[in-house]
Every structure is written in C-alpha cells, then in structure tokens.
Design a protein around this ligand. Structure first.
Ligand code: PAF
Length: 283
C-alpha cells in the first residue's frame, strides 16, 4: 500500500488507473470502515482510502482536538485488506490557506436534522469531500463508498455530485453493527462501560418506531408525532438527551404525515453522557 501525503504524489500514483474507488474517512478505523473497503475492492481497478480529520465539519465546542487519531493501526488494517493507496494529507496540504471557498448544500436537505443541530456541518463535509474527490478522481470517473449510518450525509453527497455533474458514482454500504445491535462508530470509544451497555437502546427506539410505521403502511393510520415523541420519551427515561427521533421519506428526508408505500427511514440522534450518537433504520 502506498501512502501519499501530498496531492501531487497521490495523482502521480493514480494517473495510470481507469476507475479509482475511494473510501474517505477521518481515521480511527473500525469494522464499519473495513466493510466499506471490502465493498470498494471489486468496484474499480484501484482502491484509495483517505484519513483526514476535517476541521471544517466540527463546531467550536465539538471534539475536533480530541477526535481519536490512530494512524499506525489504521494503516495496518488497510494494508491487510489490500487497500492500494492511502491518502493522508496533513492540514497544510489540504488547506494550505484558510478554506474560504465552500460548498453551500441545498438548505432543504442540509439544514434539517444533523444540519439543524450541527449548523454548518454539511458545508464542512461537502467542501472537504468535493476537494478530496478532486484530489483522487482529478475530473475522471470513479466510485466512492459511504456508510448508511451517516444517512443524511450520503444523501447530501449524492445530490452534490448529481447537481455539480461530477462523474462519480456514490455507493452506500449497510451499517455495520456490534453483536448487540449498536451501530459501529468511532465515537463509541468515548462511552464508559455502563454507557456502552446502554447505547443499543438508541437503535431499539428507532426499530420500535420503524415497526409502528411498517404496521401502519396498510391503513395509513398513525399519529407520527406521538410515536416520535414516545421514542424520545423512552430515551429520556433511560437518561439520554435526544436531539431528534423522526420518521422521514428516504428520498428527501421530508416528514411523513401518514405512512404509505413510499420508502421511509427512521433517523435519530441523542446524547448519552457526553457522547452524541446517531443511527437510522429504513422502513
Ligand atoms: O463520514 C466521515 O467520516 C466524514 O464526514 C467524511 C466523509 C470522511 C468527510 O470528512
């Protein structure tokens, strides 16, 4: 596996390939990331992972400084999986000057849910992903793989590449879960032992709401707001501080007033102690 620290080095190494497949990450890799890489392997003629903790997508009070940086073990895991190129620029390479040109994603999709509770998050994500795509694909066609755990992120990025006419196919990989059902996330590492045992209740709350929505699909009769509040009350009673638990349409994340046969998704975000977790389940 080649480790490229500069854009020039990365492009030099990719110049002879036809169809790169790219897995962008912020490092601290877990089985979820490794599954993205496994999915990437057969989709092109060269696999590229990136590790870059992107300052632009963190709010001032968030965990940019303390975000776990585990470069050596990340590199070993990628090498063992047969990743061809690891792009690991430092900040001065990717942001040699303050990044004052930014991507402004569609507010209807990016200012709700995660974007409401983390203002500017999707501007930061889109800006770095656009830049990483330029570095890796250099205007050529390719494929990028993202995880379904970040449901809104993969949707925003699919819209971005479509609207900006980028010849990049975005593939979404199913969420990887621990044996108890907790969605794998680098931030799970912040949880105490007691919090870790409790953490699966976020996905249990989402699954219960998804089951109610599924049951109501035949009749269309469901008090969606009451069911969403019930899920949040369930979490509050167990010591969580939920930001949202909500039933949405899959294609644009608009609210569902009465379930029909349009594909839906339940999304949730909640804090357990100091750790904010997100998850989702499709209906
Ligand atoms: O999902 C992530 O890890 C990040 O948001 C991403 C896509 C690597 C951009 O920094």
């Amino acid at each position: 596996m080649l480790i490229a620290r500069t854009v020039a080095d990365l492009r030099r190494h990719l110049s002879t390939f036809q169809h790169p497949v790219f897995v962008p990450t912020m490092g601290n890799l877990h089985e979820g990331h490794l599954n993205l890489m496994r999915m990437a392997k057969p989709l092109g003629d060269v696999t590229v992972a990136s590790i870059f903790v992107n300052r632009l997508q963190f709010l001032p009070h968030e965990d940019f400084a303390s975000y776990p940086r585990t470069f050596d073990s990340d590199g070993e895991q990628l090498r063992a999986l047969g990743c061809d190129v690891l792009f690991a620029p430092d900040e001065s390479e990717l942001y040699p000057e303050p990044q004052t040109f930014k991507v402004l994603p569609d507010p209807a999709l990016a200012n709700i849910l995660e974007g409401e509770f983390r203002p500017g998050f999707f501007t930061g994500v889109c800006t770095v992903v656009l830049k990483l795509f330029h570095c890796v694909f250099n205007g050529q066609a390719g494929t990028a793989v993202f995880g379904q755990k970040d449901y809104q992120q993969q949707l925003v990025l699919k819209r971005m590449v479509a609207q900006l006419a980028m010849p990049i196919d975005i593939v979404t990989a199913a969420t990887t879960r621990a044996a108890d059902g907790l969605a794998l996330s680098s931030r799970n590492g912040y949880l105490s032992a007691d919090e870790r045992a409790e953490a699966v209740h976020l996905s249990l709350a989402l699954n219960a709401l998804a089951a109610s929505a599924r049951a109501a699909q035949a009749t269309g009769r469901m008090d969606v707001t009451a069911a969403e509040n019930q899920a949040m009350d369930y979490l509050r009673a167990r010591g969580w501080q939920p930001d949202y638990v909500t039933l949405r349409h899959q294609h644009d994340l608009s609210p569902v007033s009465s379930p029909d046969h349009e594909p839906m998704v339940v999304l949730g975000a909640a804090k357990l102690g100091r750790t904010r977790l997100i998850d989702n389940t499709e209906v």
